[in-house]
Design a binder for this molecule. Structure first.
Ligand code: FAD
Ligand code: NAP
Length: 510
């Protein structure tokens, strides 16, 4: 079925629709879409009222600009006049006004820290906050480093480096046991070397401008039981290095993850295959100078310049097929990232993505998300409730659970779609259910044809109570939900009403 936008905006399934709970999105007036905003920013109109001048803003000055028609907000030390943007903001004027005349960084991060405000609001930039001299962003005084980490972990991470004639090894001592190859993200670009290690809710950064040139590829090893990470770089020339390099921003510091900016690298599109009439499997290749593995249940942000503005949207990587985890990896180091992406003909981002040619580049961020793999440990029953592309986080969860959780007795997927043609990977799902007796799949269609003999309708208490049967009264259960926001919200409420506890439910959201 074609996804034809209605006359009203936002469209029925638009990200900008009013959600029934949680953070509301408001209906925008005609002519106030993202594209209209971009047009206005390109029109040459003076949006700050300062005729292109940038000023230093004191706290007293910032406080004065706290009205709708004169509203300044500070985000990460930069002050923006957001009055012209009010009517274009999907979260509505009230949400913006909560930060009027003040530092809105925390509010911004709570709601949409991934939004590329630097690009979206660049014409609204008034200037920088006149700051008292301070440590660079994220660089905590030593006492604070110890304090913040002390709450979470017994000791703070550190690094060291060693060399032979041909190699330089950087060793990161996390002193944590639950560290694996997903925990470290390494990027080497020109002479800049950046290794971000995720330790619980913190990021520890080794970030230097290397003193000598290295070859493009490197290897990453993890000694899991002691939490040691080794990054082995190959020297270009067999000379002795006197030092590793010059410290760059936030080098050797530990920062709450929510305070780190998203880091992107350019990835090449290597293939694009039709999966359904409107959903495609995109394969992106990481540069050889990057080590990045997206953890199960997490998403990344894809960034593309659209009419000169960088636009960012979240997507959840999948494996290349439901059976891939059972095969030997074709190539080491997981250099490919796969995405199942639905193309909305009237959407803003996906048509641009679809227009990319093989060999073109897309920027991919570091992973984000609050799914923790330990939620699957010792699990006996796993229930997955997915609607449309809400299936994407289920792919890796399903694969991981079937392959790595010995206690698992059953996995059941209830997959909601409009029509049979919309079902992603239907034959693979049926094949998997045939091959692995622990797995069952049930399709529910909201707009079925008369030939459809399966379940139909929407998520409902009746459907759920029939579907969610524990294998025993005491079995450890996890229910994962993902789909359009109202689907997820309604599902959550129904699950609570069916007496499932918070710990037994995980909803995938932004
Ligand atoms: P939008 O511009 O947001 O439009 C969405 C809908 O609104 C479409 O139906 C469009 O036709 C309609 N619309 C747009 N403009 C108008 C208008 N002027 N009038 C009427 N109707 C209009 N999606 C995936 O496909 N795969 C994933 O793996 C995936 N993972 C995600 C992970 C997370 C954490 C989150 C939050 C979302 C994820 N999404 C995923 C959704 C994705 O981020 C985008 O929201 C989606 O791709 C739509 O982007 P778009 O800009 O093309 O569409
Ligand atoms: P879709 O095809 O529009 O909808 C899939 C199914 O859900 C249809 O049967 C649809 O029924 C039903 N549905 C829609 N709204 C509903 C509601 N309020 N209550 C009950 N059922 C509802 O879905 P899609 O276009 O693929 O969109 C998928 C959504 O998942 C997007 O919003 C995307 O952002 C989200 N997503 C989130 C994540 C994450 O991690 N957070 C990951 C991937 C996708 P009808 O259309 O017939 O009403």
């Amino acid at each position: 079925m074609l996804n034809v936008p209605s006359q009203s905006f936002p469209g029925p399934s638009s990200q900008q629709r009013v959600a029934s709970g949680g953070r509301s999105k408001v209906p925008l007036k005609q002519g106030r879409s993202l594209m209209d905003w971009i047009r206005l920013t390109k029109s040459g109109k003076d949006l700050t009222g300062l005729k292109g001048r940038l000023i230093e803003v004191t706290e007293e000055e910032l406080k004065k600009h706290n009205k709708k028609d004169d509203c300044w907000i500070c985000i990460r030390g930069f002050v923006y006049n957001v009055s012209p943007y009010m009517e274009y903001h999907p979260g509505g004027e009230d949400e913006l006004m909560r930060a009027a005349g003040s530092d809105g960084t925390d509010l911004f991060d709570q709601v949409h820290r991934w939004v590329n405000y630097e690009s979206m609001l660049k014409e609204c930039l008034v200037g920088r906050m006149a700051m008292k001299p301070a440590l660079p962003k994220g660089m905590l005084p030593q006492s604070q480093v110890t304090d913040t980490l002390a709450k979470e972990s017994p000791s703070s991470p550190s690094y060291d480096w060693f060399q032979t004639d041909s190699l330089v090894t950087i060793v990161i001592y996390t002193k944590q046991k639950d560290i694996n190859l997903d925990s470290v993200i390494v990027d080497h670009r020109d002479d800049s070397f950046r290794a971000e290690t995720v330790i619980k809710d913190y990021s520890y950064l080794v970030h230097v401008a290397l003193s000598h040139e290295i070859q493009e590829d490197f290897s990453v090893l993890v000694v899991e039981n002691v939490g040691k990470i080794e990054i082995v770089l190959k020297k270009k020339e067999n000379t002795s290095w006197k030092r590793l390099g010059h410290p760059q921003e936030n080098h050797n510091s530990i920062i709450p993850k929510k305070d780190t900016g998203l880091f992107y690298r350019k990835c090449q599109l290597v293939s694009k295959e039709d999966v359904t009439h409107d959903t495609k499997l995109f394969c992106l290749m990481l540069p050889p100078s990057t080590h990045l593995q997206v953890p199960v249940g997490q998403h990344v942000y894809l960034k593309l310049p659209i009419t000169g503005t960088e636009i960012v949207k979240p997507y959840t990587p999948v494996s290349d097929s439901l059976f891939s985890e059972f095969k030997e990896p074709v190539l080491p180091n997981n250099i490919y990232i796969y995405f199942l992406i639905k193309i909305y003909p009237a959407g803003f981002f996906t048509p641009e993505l679809d227009h990319l040619q093989i060999g073109d580049y897309v920027s991919v961020s570091n992973p984000e998300g609050n799914f923790i793999i330990s939620q699957l440990q010792e699990l006996e029953d796993l229930f997955l409730l997915a609607a449309g592309t809400g299936f994407t986080p289920m792919v890796k969860v399903l694969n991981y659970a079937l392959t790595n959780i010995p206690s698992l007795r059953k996995v059941k997927l209830m997959f909601f779609n409009k029509t049979e043609d919309d079902i992603i990977w239907r034959s693979q799902l049926e094949k998997l259910a045939f091959k692995d007796k622990r797995f069952e799949v049930e399709f529910v269609l909201s707009v079925p044809t008369s030939e459809w003999s399966g379940k139909q309708g929407y998520i409902s208490p009746a459907l759920l109570s029939e579907f969610l049967k524990r294998s025993s009264d005491t079995s450890k259960v996890l229910i994962c939900l993902c789909g359009p926001t109202p689907f997820t919200e309604q599902g959550m409420k129904m699950l609570h009403d069916l007496n499932f506890s918070k710990d037994e439910i995980h909803s995938f959201t932004a």
